[in-house]
Design a protein. Structure first.
Length: 220
C-alpha cells in the first residue's frame, strides 16, 4: 500500500480499503474523520421469539458503545428449521479505527460507508490494525484446531464405548444384527458398519448371520 507523509488514503466509494494517489492536502491535515455507516446485523437460530429477543439485546449492547442514528427492524423469517432476523442500522463512528473495531467485535453481515467520500489513516493506525488482525486470526485458527481435536477425541471415545457395548452384548449370547440393533436402540443400517469393523478387528466373530465373542462357545 502506498503512503504519503506517513498517512494512508482510503476511498470509501470503492467499498473497502484502496490507495488514492496524489492525496489532497486538506485531507492530510485531518486528524479524525467521523464516519457514517449503514450496516446489517443478522441472527440465525430458534425459536423465533428467542432470535428476535437476542437481536434486540445485541443491538442494545452496540448502542452502549456506538452512536446509532437510525434503526430498521425486520421480523424473523423461517429458513428451513431455523429463523433469521436482521436489523439495518446507521451508525456514526468517531473515526475509521472505531469502525474497524466495530467490524471485529460485532461481525456485521454487511457494511456500507455513506460518508465521507474518502478517509485518512495514519501508518501507525494501519500497523495497529494489521497486528490486531493477525492476533485475532491466529487466535481463531488455534480455537478451530483445538475444537477439531476435541471433536475427534470425543468421536473416538464415543465410538469406543459404542463398540465395547456391542462386544459385551454378544459375549452374553450370540445374536444376529437385528437383535443387536434392537438391544442398542439403533437402526440396523446405522449399526452395521460398527459391527463390521469389530469383525474385521477380530474382536467378535460371525457365522452365517450370527455374531459372537471369541471366547464364547458358538451355539450349535
Amino acid at each position: 500500500m502506498h503512503s504519503d507523509k506517513g498517512r494512508f488514503i482510503v476511498g470509501a466509494d470503492a467499498g473497502g480499503l484502496r490507495n488514492l494517489f496524489n492525496a489532497r492536502p486538506d485531507l492530510l491535515c485531518m486528524e479524525k474523520q467521523p464516519v457514517l455507516v449503514r450496516t446489517i446485523l443478522e441472527i440465525l437460530g430458534a425459536p423465533k421469539q428467542h432470535v428476535e429477543d437476542a437481536l434486540k439485546k445485541y443491538v442494545d449492547s452496540i448502542r452502549k458503545v456506538h452512536k446509532i442514528l437510525e434503526e430498521k427492524w425486520h421480523p424473523a423469517e423461517q429458513k428451513e428449521s431455523l429463523f433469521s432476523a436482521f436489523c439495518e442500522l446507521e451508525i456514526q463512528f468517531q473515526d475509521v479505527m472505531e469502525l474497524l473495531d466495530f467490524c471485529f467485535e460485532s461481525m456485521p453481515g454487511s457494511v456500507e460507508i455513506i460518508e465521507p467520500a474518502s478517509l485518512t489513516l495514519q501508518t501507525t493506525d494501519i500497523t495497529d490494525f494489521l497486528n490486531d488482525l493477525q492476533g485475532r486470526l491466529h487466535y481463531a485458527d488455534m480455537t478451530v484446531k483445538n475444537l477439531k481435536a476435541q471433536a475427534q477425541m470425543l468421536d473416538q471415545n464415543a465410538t469406543g464405548v459404542f463398540q465395547n457395548f456391542i462386544v459385551r452384548l454378544v459375549e452374553r449370547e450370540p445374536m444376529n444384527l437385528g437383535k443387536i440393533a434392537k438391544m442398542v436402540g439403533v437402526a440396523e443400517d446405522m449399526i452395521e458398519p460398527f459391527v463390521k469393523r469389530l469383525v474385521e478387528s477380530k474382536r467378535i466373530k460371525k457365522k452365517d448371520d450370527t455374531y459372537f465373542a471369541e471366547h464364547v462357545k458358538e451355539q450349535a
